[in-house]
Write a new protein. Sequence first.
Length: 172
Amino acid sequence: ASGYPTLAVHGALIYALLGHPAQAEMWTAGAERATRPVSTSDGSSPESLLAYLRAFLCRDGIKAMRADAILSNEGLGLTSPYRASMLLAEGVSYLLENQPDPASARLARALDAALAIGADPVAAYVLANQGVIAAERNDWADATDICERALSLLAAGTYDEYWTSALVFAFA
């Protein structure tokens, strides 16, 4: 995997999402060892892909997760489908530190980015996080509207088993 850093990044994420930490760590190590320069079709830098992986793995805490999300987003190609996910990760990092204002700003950008590329599961996940913020403000009308919007995005496809859908359903 170390000869194919982009593949190693994706392999690590897949294993992490499937709940196989040992394999995720093995593939992560392969991505970090990669020496071959890689150019992606969207112009993303190798450093941005590694930062993308680190942000999702969140091995070094919330502040590192945020820094990796920002670093990744800065090096991603303008058409990269990962931009929405990194804005989401940055927003979630603020939520985890109970900072709803900066979280709201990043989540709004993440929602725009997800909708722009038709990433309905990511957009629904972003909306669920926005709904949590509304609920914590005791703005139940807004929370309900956000919830309905998130559920409508999931109803458009077969997303019931996506990992991102779990938070949406739990919030609903």
